[in-house]
Design a protein around this ligand. Structure first.
Ligand code: ADP
Ligand code: MG
Ligand code: MG
Length: 875
C-alpha cells in the first residue's frame, strides 16, 4: 500500500503525536471529543523526513494526497479554494512532536489574491467587511513574504509604520480599508522589488510553497539551536497542519486569545490568559495592542466565554494536565485552534503536579513523571527578583553556563575576590578565562563572568560543581585585566562597579538587581519524597569539601561518589609543601614534604566522614599531572627555591622537565602512585586515620572508606597500587588496635580498562565510571579543546549534542555496559557507579538505570535532579 502522508483531523488522535506532531494530534483529539475545531488536515512528520530525503522537494505522492485533503476540507466546510463565490482561506501551521514555541513558521489567510479579494468585497458591501478583507490580505502578503520567501519582516513593518505616521494613528486597527488596501499594494510591490517576481496569485501554488516553507523551517538556525538545548532529535521532523481560517479580525464581535487553565508562573488553579477584540493570530503576543485579561472577555462575549470555560474543564479532565490554548471568536462563536500541556516554571510544575494528585487526576508516579528534572536546577540557586529583572535591560549576553543569579561588585582577580569577600562585600569575578588556582576566588564570589570559554570550560564546570552562577564566553567584553577594567555595552567598568549576571539566560546587567534566596517549598519536598520511593538507583555526590558535602546531604545525597583530593592541595600552606614534594630529589625528601600535608588531608577526610554521618565516602587518589601544581610567578619560584635550598634556575629546570605535550594522557592518575608510591601511602594514612578517628567517636556509624584509584588501564597497575594501599592501611589499623572495613576500587575511564574489566574486577571492590575522561579517551578529543570545533559538528549534524554534557550511549555507553557484563560475573559483590558530569544529566541517569548501575554521583546541586531522573527511569 502506498504511504499515507495526510490525515484529516477526524482520522487522528492524541496518541499519534509522533506522526502528526503535537499540534496535529491535539487538533484531532479535540475534534474527537466534540470541541469546535475548524476541520482541516495534517501532513505527517514522515512527509517532512521524506522532503529532506528527496533533496528538499515535496514529491508528487505527498502533494497529491495534500490536494486530496484540500478537496475533503472543501467539502466539509462548504467553501472552495480560490473560489470567487465562496472562497476558502486556510492557515498552514508547523507542529513538531515536541512543542517548539515560536521556532518554526505559520502562514495565515492563505488563498487570497486580487480576484478573491475583489469578489469577497463585492459579496458584502459593509465597509467594515472591506476593511477586514484588506487587513487579511496585507497580513497574508506580509507573512508569506517573510516565512515563505524570506523577505525580512522589517520592510513590511517599516511600510506599516510609515502609513500610520502618514495617517496620524497609533494602532493598526485605526487604519482604514483604503489605508490597508494601499498597504497591500505596497507590500506586493516590495515583494517584487525584493524577489524580482510577482506575488503568486494561484492558491494551490501558494499552498505548495507554504508547505515547503514549513518543512524547511525545521532546519532554520533558531530551530536547530532550540533542539540542541532541549534534546529534540533532528530526525523527528515537523508536521504541517492545513486548516480553514476563522477570523478574529472580522469585526468587533470577534477576537482572538491565548489562555492557560492554571497560572504557568505559580501553578495556581486559576484561568490565566489574554484576549484581544478584532484581532488575528499573533496580535495578542506580538504586543501591537495591549490585550485585556481573559476575565474581561466574559463581559464582551458572554456566550463564547461560557463555552470557553466549559472547554477548559473538558480539556483538563481529558488530558489531566494544565492546558495552554489558542482560540478565536468569530461573530461571537468560539473556535479552538490549539491545545497542549502548557509550559510552566519549575515552581508551577511542582504545585500543579501535587494539585493534580490531590484532585484525583494523577497518581504520585504520574506526578513524578511529569516534572522535567532539568527545571529543578533553577529552584536551587538564588534568583533575581522577578519584577526587578523585568524592569532591567541587559547590556550583554554570554552563555548561561551555570544557573542562578549573581549581583555584586566587579573584581578582576581571584585574590581580590577572596579579600573583598572577607570584608563582607559581594563580588562578581570577571576574568578572561579561569584556571584551577582561581577556585578559592570563584567560591568567594557570587558569580563568575568570563570572556572566553564554552559550556565545558573550566569556569563553567567548576561553577556548576559549586552551584555558583556563571556566565561564560561573553566575547563582546573588551577586557583589560592588567588595568582592572573592561568595556561592555558601551560602558567602561572598573573594580568595585556593580554588575548583575543571570546564569540561566546568560544575560549581563549594569548595576544591581535584587536577588532572593532559593526556597525548598513544600511541594518540592513532596515530589522528592515520592521520587525516592520509586527509584532504584542511589544518588551520591561529587564533593571535595565538608561544606559541599553538607549541602549535598541537605539535597538528599546518599554518599560521596567522588572526592577529588587534589582540590584540597591548593590552599596556601599545602601547596607550598606539595611543591616541595614535587621538587624533591629523593624519596626521603618527598616523604618529609608529604608528612607536612598528611595532617591537613586527615582533617579534611575526617570532616567529610562527619558530614556524611556514616554514608559511604569514595576518595579518589591524586589524579592531575604534577605540572598543574607548580608555581608560575617569579615570587613563588623564589620562595620554593629558598625552601628547597636550590637555585631559582634549578627549580625552573624542574618545572620545565614536568612539561608534557598531552598532559591529559601524561603522567597522572595511578601513574603518579607507580612512580611516587609515597604519595599513595600518605593519602592512605590520611584516609584510614581519619576513618578510625570518626569511627571511634561515632560507634553507631558504619564508616567504611572507599579508596578509588584513578586512570587504571591494566590490572597489574591496579594490583601494584592496591598492594601499597593495603599494606599501609592494614598497618595503620593494626597500630590503632582497631577494626575497620575499607574498599579499594578503580575508576573506569580508559577504554582499555573497560575492555579488560573482567581482569580488573578481580582486584577491584568497585568500579566508578569517570565519563569525562572516558568520553575524551573514547572519542579521542580533548575536552579542553573540543569547544573549538564542536560547533561545526552541530552545524553539519554530525553531532546533535555535546558528548561531554550528554552521555554518548552508543559508544561510551557500550563500553560501560561491557564493563558491567565482564566485571560482575568475576566479582559478584562488585558495586558500580558513575561520577562524571553525566551523573546529573537526566537522560544519562536513565541510561545508568537501564544498564544496572548501583549509583550515580553528581555535583551537590544536581542531586535532586538525579533523584528525580532516577525515579522517572524506574517508573
Ligand atoms: P505557533 O506554533 O507559533 O503558535 P500557530 O500555528 O499556532 O503558531 O499559529 C500562530 C497564530 O495563528 C496563533 O495565534 C493561532 O491561533 C493563529 N491561527 C492559526 N491557524 C489559524 C486559523 N485557521 N484561524 C485563525 N487563527 C489561526
Ligand atoms: Mg500556537
Ligand atoms: Mg578522570
Amino acid at each position: 500500500m502506498a504511504n499515507k502522508w495526510v490525515y484529516m483531523f477526524s482520522e487522528g488522535n492524541m496518541t499519534m503525536r509522533n506522526l502528526l506532531g503535537g499540534k496535529g494530534a491535539n487538533l484531532a483529539e479535540m475534534t474527537s471529543i466534540g470541541l469546535p475545531v475548524p476541520q482541516g488536515f495534517t501532513i505527517t512528520t514522515e512527509a517532512c523526513t521524506q522532503y529532506y530525503e528527496d533533496g528538499r522537494k515535496i514529491n508528487d505522492e505527498i502533494m497529491a494526497q495534500a490536494m486530496d485533503g484540500v478537496k475533503k476540507m472543501e467539502e466539509i466546510n462548504g467553501k472552495k479554494f480560490g473560489d470567487l463565490q465562496n472562497p476558502l482561506l486556510v492557515s498552514v501551521r508547523s507542529g513538531a512532536r515536541a512543542s517548539m514555541p515560536g521556532m518554526m513558521d505559520t502562514i495565515l489567510n492563505l488563498g487570497l489574491n486580487d480576484d478573491v479579494v475583489a469578489a469577497m468585497i463585492k459579496g458584502n458591501p459593509d465597509p467594515a467587511f472591506e476593511r477586514f478583507v484588506y487587513d487579511s490580505y496585507r497580513r497574508f502578503i506580509q507573512m508569506f513574504s517573510d516565512v515563505v520567501m524570506e523577505v525580512g519582516k522589517k520592510y513590511f513593518e517599516q511600510l506599516i509604520d510609515q502609513m500610520k505616521e502618514k495617517k496620524g494613528v497609533k494602532f493598526d486597527v485605526d487604519l482604514t480599508a483604503a489605508d490597508l488596501k494601499e498597504l497591500a499594494e505596497q507590500f506586493k510591490a516590495e515583494y517584487k522589488k525584493q524577489l524580482g517576481k510577482d506575488f503568486p496569485s494561484d492558491p494551490v501554488e501558494q499552498l505548495k510553497l507554504a508547505i515547503e516553507a514549513v518543512f524547511r523551517s525545521w532546519d532554520n538556525p533558531r530551530a536547530n539551536v532550540y533542539r540542541r538545548d532541549n534534546d529534540i532529535p533532528y530526525s523527528w521532523g515537523t508536521a504541517v497542519n492545513v486548516m480553514p481560517m476563522v477570523f478574529g479580525n472580522l469585526n468587533n464581535e470577534s477576537g482572538t486569545g491565548v489562555a492557560f487553565t492554571r497560572d504557568p508562573a505559580t501553578g495556581e488553579n486559576k484561568l490565566m490568559g489574554e484576549f484581544l477584540i478584532n484581532a488575528q493570530g499573533e496580535d495578542v503576543v506580538a504586543g501591537v495592542r495591549t490585550p485585556m485579561p481573559i476575565a474581561q472577555m466574559e463581559k464582551e462575549f458572554p456566550e463564547a466565554y461560557a463555552e470557553f470555560i466549559k472547554v477548559c474543564e473538558t480539556l483538563e479532565n481529558h488530558y489531566h494536565d494544565m492546558q495552554d490554548m489558542e482560540f478565536t471568536v468569530e461573530n461571537k462563536k468560539l473556535y479552538m485552534l490549539q491545545c497542549r500541556n502548557g509550559k510552566r516554571t519549575a515552581p508551577a510544575a511542582l504545585k500543579i503536579a501535587c494539585d493534580l494528585v490531590d484532585e484525583g487526576h494523577k497518581t504520585p508516579e504520574e506526578a513524578v513523571a511529569m516534572i522535567d528534572p532539568r527545571n529543578l536546577d533553577t529552584l536551587l540557586h538564588p534568583q533575581f527578583d522577578a519584577a526587578a529583572l523585568k524592569a532591567a535591560t541587559p547590556i550583554g549576553k554570554g552563555l548561561g553556563a551555570s544557573p542562578g543569579a549573581a549581583c555584586g561588585k566587579v573584581v578582576f582577580t581571584a585574590d581580590d575576590a577572596v579579600a573583598w569577600a572577607e570584608r563582607g562585600e559581594k563580588v562578581v569575578l570577571v576574568r578572561l578565562e579561569t584556571s584551577p588556582e582561581d577556585i578559592t576566588g570563584m567560591k568567594a564570589a557570587q558569580g563568575i563572568l568570563t570572556v572566553r570559554g564554552g559550556m565545558t570550560s573550566h569556569a563553567a564546570v567548576v561553577a556548576r560543581g559549586m552551584g555558583e552562577c556563571c556566565v561564560s564566553g561573553c566575547g563582546d567584553i573588551n577586557m583589560d585585566e592588567e588595568n582592572k577594567k573592561f568595556t561592555l555595552g558601551g560602558k567602561e567598568f572598573h573594580e568595585g562597579d556593580f554588575l548583575s549576571i543571570d546564569g540561566t539566560t546568560g544575560n549581563i546587567y549594569d548595576g544591581q538587581i535584587a536577588t532572593v534566596d532559593a526556597k525548598i517549598a513544600g511541594e518540592f519536598g513532596r515530589i522528592m519524597a515520592w521520587a525516592d520511593e520509586f527509584r532504584r538507583l542511589k544518588v551520591r555526590t561529587n564533593a571535595d569539601t565538608p561544606a559541599d558535602a553538607k549541602k549535598a546531604r541537605e539535597l538528599g545525597a546518599e554518599g560521596i561518589g567522588l572526592c577529588r583530593t587534589e582540590h584540597m592541595f591548593f590552599e596556601e600552606d599545602r601547596i607550598a609543601a606539595f611543591r616541595e614534594m614535587i621538587c624533591s630529589d629523593t624519596v626521603e625528601e618527598r616523604e618529609a614534604a608529604l608528612e607536612k600535608i598528611l595532617p591537613y588531608q586527615q582533617n579534611d577526610f575526617k570532616q567529610l566522614y562527619e558530614a556524611l554521618e556514616g554514608c559511604p565516602v569514595t576518595i579518589r587518589f591524586l589524579d592531575p599531572p604534577l605540572h598543574e601544581f607548580v608555581p608560575t610567578t617569579e615570587d613563588e619560584i623564589k620562595k620554593l627555591a629558598d625552601a628547597k635550598g636550590k637555585s631559582v634556575d634549578e627549580i625552573k629546570a624542574i618545572i620545565n622537565s614536568l612539561h608534557e605535550f598531552n598532559p591529559m594522557m601524561g603522567h597522572r592518575g595511578c601513574r603518579l602512585a607507580v612512580t611516587y608510591p609515597e604519595i599513595a601511602k600518605m593519602q592512605t594514612k590520611a584516609v584510614i586515620r581519619a576513618a578510625l578517628e570518626v569511627q571511634k567517636a561515632h560507634a553507631d556509624w558504619n564508616v567504611k572508606p572507599e579508596i578509588m584509584i584513578p586512570l587504571v588501564c591494566e590490572v597489574k597497575e591496579l594490583k601494584y597500587v592496591k598492594q601499597i594501599v593495603v599494606e599501609t592501611a592494614d598497618a595503620e589499623i593494626a597500630a590503632a588496635g582497631a577494626k575497620l572495613d575499607y574498599e579499594v576500587g578503580t575508576m573506569i575511564e580508559i577504554p582499555r580498562a573497560a575492555l579488560t574489566a573482567d581482569e580488573i574486577a578481580k582486584e577491584a571492590d568497585f568500579f566508578c565510571f569517570g565519563t569525562n575522561d572516558l568520553t575524551q579517551m573514547t572519542f579521542g578529543f580533548s575536552r579542553d579543546d573540543a569547544g573549538k570545533f564542536l560547533n561545526a559538528y552541530y552545524d553539519t549534524k554530525i553531532f546533535e549534542n555535546d558528548p561531554f554534557a550528554k552521555l554518548d550511549q552508543t559508544g561510551v555507553g557500550k563500553l560501560m555496559e561491557m564493563s558491567l557484563k565482564l566485571g560482575k560475573p568475576v566479582n559478584p559483590s562488585l558495586h558500580v557507579g558513575i561520577c562524571g558530569e553525566h551523573g546529573g544529566d537526566p537522560s544519562s541517569v536513565e541510561f545508568c538505570h537501564k544498564i544496572g548501575l548501583d549509583y550515580v554521583s553528581c555535583s551537590p546541586f544536581r542531586v535532586p535532579v538525579a533523584r528525580l531522573a532516577a525515579a522517572q527511569a524506574a517508573i
